[in-house]
Design a protein around this ligand. Structure first.
Ligand SMILES: Cc1ncc(COP(=O)(O)O)c(C=O)c1O
Length: 430
C-alpha cells in the first residue's frame, strides 16, 4: 500500500487545486491508509478503526440517520471548504479571480476525471449533474420521425420525460421494456432489449445501476449487441461512478453521463459527460457552440456564466476517493448493505430483498419490501418517529424502501434501522 510520500504525490498528481486540501484531512486519510496497509478490501470492510477515520472527515448531522445518500450525499468537510473558499475568492473580483484564475483549472479536473474513468482528456466534459449530461445525449442526436429508442421502465424518470418530449416534438418512437426484479440473469436483461430491437432502432438508453433496486445492468453486453447494428448506447451512470470500480474500456461504451454529488462526494452541482472522440461531431450540445468547436469536447460546457468553485471541488473529492480506493469503498458499501439486508432476511420470512446479494450485480444500494406491511407507512414511521431517512419507491410493478448508506455511515446506524424495521414487522406501524 501507499507510503506517505507516494500517497501525497498521488494526491498532488490529482489536482492543480491541491494546496487547499486541508492538512488535517490528508492526515486523516493517510492514517487510515497506514492501518489498511497490505490488507484485502474485504478484510478491511468491517474494520471500524479504519472507517472511523474516514467518518471523521465529514461533519454530518447525526441526530438523523441518513440512509438516502443515493439522492445526493454530504461532501467531506475539506472538499466543501475548498468550494466555499473558491466562492469567496471569486466574489472578491469575479472577472479576474473566477474567470482568469479559477476557471482554467477545469482542465485539471478534466484530466483527473479522464484518468480515473479511463478515457482521453479530450473525451471528458464537466457538467452540473447527470441530468444535464444525459439530456445532452438525448437531445443531441439527430433523429427522424419513426426512429425508435429503447429504454426500460426502470430508467430514471427525468430521462424518460426527456425522450417523451422528443416523441411529441420530433415524432420519434419510445419503447419502454419491462424486466423482472430481481432479474433471473444478466442474459435475461439483454434478451429483453434484443427482443425490442427493430430495423428502426437508433438508440438504447441503459441505467448502469438502477436507482430503484440497485441492479447493475449488463452494459458491456448491450454495447456488443447494439454496435454491430448501428445502434447508439447511452449509459446513464448517475449512481455508478465512484460507487463501484469500472473503466470505460470495461464497458466499451461511447457515451456516459453521471452525477458526482452522489457517490464521488462532490458538493451539489457536479457531473460529467464522456463522449468518445469520433462521436462528438454528430452529438450536438444543449446550448449552442461555434462550428469550430464541432469536435471539441468543451462545446458541451458552453453554458454561460457559472461558478468555477463547483467544478474545481471535483478534484479534491476525487483525491479523497482515490485515497480510500474504489475497491475498499465498494467492499465497505456491500458490507453495510449486507449488515441490514441479510439480517432482515434471516429474522423475518416476510422480507424480500430485491437487490442481488453475494453478487457482482449489486452494490451499496439495497431495496426491500415486507409482505403485509404498508411500505408508505413504514417509510414515514421510520422518518417521523425514528428520524431515519429512507426512500420510498413506488413503481407500477413493485414497491418498497431503498436504503443507501455511504462511507461515513456507522454500523450502529445500520443496526438501529434494522432494529426498527423488525419492530415494525412485529408490532406494526399504526
Ligand atoms: C438513474 C439516475 N439518472 C439520473 C439522475 C439525475 O441525477 P441529477 O439529479 O444529479 O441530475 C438520477 C438521480 O437520482 C438517477 O438516479
Amino acid at each position: 500500500m501507499a507510503t506517505r510520500r507516494s500517497f501525497l504525490s498521488a494526491l498532488a498528481g490529482a489536482s492543480a487545486t491541491l494546496p487547499v486540501f486541508r492538512e488535517q484531512a490528508i492526515n486523516r486519510v493517510f492514517r487510515a491508509g497506514e492501518m489498511a496497509k497490505g490488507r484485502q478490501p474485504e478484510s478491511l470492510a468491517d474494520d471500524e478503526n479504519y472507517w472511523t477515520e474516514i467518518q471523521r472527515a465529514f461533519d454530518v448531522d447525526r441526530t438523523m440517520v441518513n440512509l438516502n445518500n443515493g439522492g445526493c450525499s454530504p461532501a467531506p468537510s475539506h472538499v466543501l471548504e475548498q468550494m466555499i473558499r473558491d466562492l469567496k475568492f471569486s466574489n472578491e473580483l469575479p472577472v479576474d479571480h473566477m474567470w482568469r484564475v479559477l476557471e482554467p483549472r477545469i482542465e485539471s479536473v478534466r484530466r483527473d476525471l479522464a484518468r480515473d474513468f479511463g478515457c482521453d482528456i479530450e473525451e471528458m466534459a464537466i457538467t452540473r449533474n447527470a441530468s444535464e449530461a444525459n439530456e445532452i445525449m438525448i437531445f443531441g442526436l439527430d433523429l427522424k420521425p419513426g426512429d425508435e429508442v429503447i429504454v426500460t421502465n426502470q430508467n430514471y424518470g427525468r430521462m424518460i420525460t426527456a425522450w417523451k418530449q422528443r416523441e411529441r416534438r420530433d415524432g420519434i418512437v419510445l419503447k419502454q421494456i419491462s424486466f423482472k426484479v430481481p432479474p433471473p440473469s444478466q442474459q435475461y436483461i439483454v434478451d429483453q432489449f434484443k427482443a425490442a430491437i427493430t430495423p428502426r432502432t437508433r438508440v438504447i438508453e441503459v441505467t448502469h445501476i438502477t436507482n430503484l433496486t440497485g441492479h447493475i445492468m449488463p452494459v458491456r453486453e448491450l454495447v456488443d449487441l447494439a454496435r454491430p447494428r448501428g445502434i447508439e448506447v447511452f449509459v446513464d451512470g448517475a449512481h455508478a461512478y465512484a460507487h463501484f470500480p469500472f473503466t470505460r474500456d470495461e464497458l466499451g461504451c461511447d457515451y456516459y453521463g453521471t452525477s458526482l454529488h452522489k457517490w464521488l462526494l462532490v458538493p451539489i452541482g457536479a457531473g460529467f459527460l464522456y463522449v468518445r472522440k469520433d462521436k462528438q461531431k454528430t452529438l450536438w450540445p444543449l446550448m449552442a457552440a461555434a462550428k469550430e468547436q464541432d469536435e471539441d469536447i468543451r462545446k458541451y460546457e458552453e453554458i454561460g456564466t457559472h461558478p468555477a468553485a463547483n467544478h474545481n471541488a471535483i478534484s479534491a473529492a476525487l483525491a479523497f476517493h482515490r485515497a480510500i480506493g474504489a475497491e475498499r469503498k465498494i467492499a465497505r458499501l456491500r458490507w453495510l448493505r449486507d449488515r441490514w439486508a441479510k439480517r432482515l432476511k434471516a429474522e423475518s420470512d416476510r422480507v424480500t430483498i430485491y437487490t442481488p446479494l453475494d453478487s457482482p450485480y449489486g452494490g451499496g444500494i439495497g431495496f426491500f419490501g415486507v409482505a403485509g406491511l404498508d411500505m408508505t407507512k413504514l417509510n414515514s414511521w421510520l422518518l417521523d418517529k425514528h428520524r431515519i431517512v429512507n426512500t420510498l419507491i413506488v413503481h407500477p410493478e413493485f414497491s418498497g424502501l431503498r436504503i443507501t448508506p455511504n462511507v461515513y455511515t456507522t454500523p450502529d446506524e445500520i443496526d438501529l434501522f434494522a432494529d426498527k424495521v423488525l419492530e415494525a414487522i412485529r408490532k406494526g406501524v399504526a
